[in-house]
Structure formats: structure tokens, C-alpha cells
Design a protein around this ligand. Structure first.
Ligand SMILES: C[S@@+](CC[C@H](N)C(=O)[O-])C[C@H]1O[C@@H](n2cnc3c(N)ncnc32)[C@H](O)[C@@H]1O
Length: 287
């Protein structure tokens, strides 16, 4: 390409992503959607769910799940460079609030060893590092890890699979997964692996899209996933990822089923807390 044209194109790209970042910032400031109280208190706002999960719930879920691990990894490899920005735009800036709540709930102390599984580009790991923890970030997608290493040289990243964690039993004081469990083919096997690598008394926080509890919000949100996301995908360079995102959220079970999975994987003191009306839920467990 002619260097002058190339320069103009990259300047336009910079301007575009600058404008998008600006838009995210404006949305975060002017849109105070459900900044749920107690974001800074680790245990406040959680409710226990005593409903036992049908032992077959996860078997049925895994059998009906359309996720193929290699395809999912390829999709994230491709999405990696624009992942953080798209995340902020699609969540209309709420992602920052969800991350604050996750960090507060995990309550990582300086010097504690913390595993951030499915860490992606490190957006979920950075706040844990800022809290003073020794953070280990693991992800299956080499593309996401490459972007993460460039963006956060201070974070230790490795490539690996959540279903076969390359760590010794009881290696961590706390473990966490943000928006990653939904992408795994066998989430209960992953929850068991997380239990294996967590020391007795250690904590787990899962942050994941979930089922909105107010009916009006559920109808609006599911309508948005079914109608607007396919439209957005038509305009995108990566339509498969929009389709996958919407489908994986719609397929994902509700808060009580996921709480049952945690218990069946060996976690105690299991409870969940809805964020943004249940669009996202934090799940807590103790080893
Ligand atoms: C939506 S991103 C979340 C990234 C980050 N935690 C965040 O909050 O921005 C989901 C991540 O899960 C990773 N992932 C999916 N299946 C995995 C597996 N079996 N083991 C490890 N990571 C996996 C993907 O590669 C992707 O980076």
C-alpha cells in the first residue's frame, strides 16, 4: 500500500478506536445503571441457594452444548485485538462495574496466590494484581494471551486448558473465572479442577452472564440478544463471534443450577449475587 494511504488508514483507525473509547467513557459516566450497593464489601449481597442440582443437569447441558473447544479458541484468537473495546461497548460500559464487584468479592490480599482462569487479554487479572495478589493468568487462546502479554507486561500469562490445569493440588489461595466458564465444554469438570488446585479454606468467585430476574428486563435483554446481535453481526468483520456470544448466553443455565454445579464439584458456602438485575451473576464458593 502507498505509505501515505497506509498512514491515513492507520490514523483513521486510531481516530475510530479513540472515538469508541470516548463513547465508552461517556456512557460509563452518564449511565448509572444499577451500580449495585456493596460493590466493595466481599460478602454482602450474596444469597444462598439450597436447591440441589439434578445430577443430570450438567450432563444434559454438556450433551446439548454446541461448543467445540478448538473452534472457541480460534474464535477468541481472531477476536483478541478488539476484544476489550467490544466488551466495553456491548456491555454499555457496565463491564467496569462487574469487574469491581468481582475483585471486591474475591477479596485478594497482598501476597496471596490467585489463579485467573480464562484470563483472556488480562482485563480480569489487572484489578487482582492491583490489589497486591500474585496473579497467574491462564487461557486456552494463544491470540488472547499474546494481546494480554503486550497490554499487561506485568502479568504472568500461560496458555493452558481449564479442564487440565497445569498446577499442583492446593496451589492457590483463591481462584476466579470471569466470563470464561460459559465458554467451556465441561464446566463442572472445570469447577472440579479449580477445587483441586485451591488450598483448604480457599475462595472461588465466578463472574458470568446469567438470567435477569425482573421479567421486563429478561424480555428486553433476550430480545436484544435474539434480534439486535444478529443485526450487529451483519455489519461485523467477525459475525460468528456475535452469533456465538448471543447463543452461549441464551443456552447458559440460571443462577440456581450453576450454584448446584459448584456444590457438586466440591465447593462449600455456595451463594450467588446478581449484578445489573441478573444480567451477570457472581457465584461464590469456599474450598
Ligand atoms: C469472554 S473471554 C473472558 C476473558 C477475561 N476473563 C475477561 O473477563 O475479559 C473468555 C475466555 O475463555 C477462554 N477459554 C475458553 N475455553 C477455555 C478453556 N477450556 N480453558 C482456558 N480458557 C478457555 C477463551 O480463550 C477466552 O479468552
Amino acid at each position: 500500500m502507498n505509505p501515505a494511504v497506509k498512514q491515513t488508514a492507520s490514523a483513521r483507525q486510531r481516530l475510530g478506536s479513540g472515538a469508541a473509547s470516548g463513547l465508552v467513557w461517556v456512557i460509563r459516566v452518564i449511565l448509572p445503571i444499577s451500580h449495585d450497593v456493596a460493590a466493595v464489601a466481599p460478602r454482602v449481597g450474596f444469597v444462598e441457594s439450597r436447591v440441589e442440582c439434578d445430577k443430570l443437569d450438567h450432563v444434559n447441558f454438556e450433551a446439548s452444548s454446541s461448543k467445540k473447544p478448538a473452534e472457541v479458541a480460534r474464535m477468541f484468537d481472531y477476536a483478541a485485538p478488539s476484544y476489550d473495546l467490544m466488551n466495553a461497548l456491548l456491555s454499555i460500559g457496565q463491564d467496569a462495574h462487574w469487574r469491581d464487584a468481582t475483585t471486591a468479592a474475591l477479596d485478594a490480599k497482598p501476597g496471596e496466590r490467585v489463579l485467573d482462569l480464562a484470563a483472556g487479554t488480562g482485563a480480569s487479572s489487572a484489578p487482582l494484581l492491583h490489589a497486591g495478589a500474585d496473579v497467574f493468568s491462564l487461557d486456552r487462546s494463544e491470540g488472547m494471551v499474546a494481546v494480554g502479554r503486550a497490554r499487561h507486561p506485568e502479568i504472568v500469562f500461560s496458555v493452558g486448558d481449564g479442564e487440565a490445569l497445569p498446577f499442583a493440588d492446593g496451589a492457590f489461595d483463591a481462584v476466579t473465572v470471569s466470563f470464561g466458564l460459559r465458554n467451556m465444554t465441561h464446566p463442572v469438570a472445570v469447577l472440579r479442577e479449580l477445587a483441586r488446585v485451591t488450598a483448604a479454606g480457599g475462595r472461588l468467585i465466578i463472574c458470568e452472564f446469567s438470567r435477569p430476574t425482573p421479567l421486563w428486563l429478561r424480555a428486553a435483554y433476550y430480545g436484544w440478544l435474539r434480534l439486535v446481535m444478529p443485526l450487529a453481526s451483519i455489519l461485523s468483520r467477525n459475525p460468528a463471534s456475535y452469533h456465538y456470544l448471543a447463543q452461549s448466553i441464551l443456552e447458559w443455565p440460571n443462577q440456581k443450577v450453576v450454584a448446584g454445579w459448584l456444590r457438586s464439584a466440591g465447593w462449600h458456602d455456595v451463594a450467588y449475587r446478581n449484578l445489573s438485575g441478573g444480567i451477570v451473576a457472581l457465584h461464590r464458593g469456599t474450598r
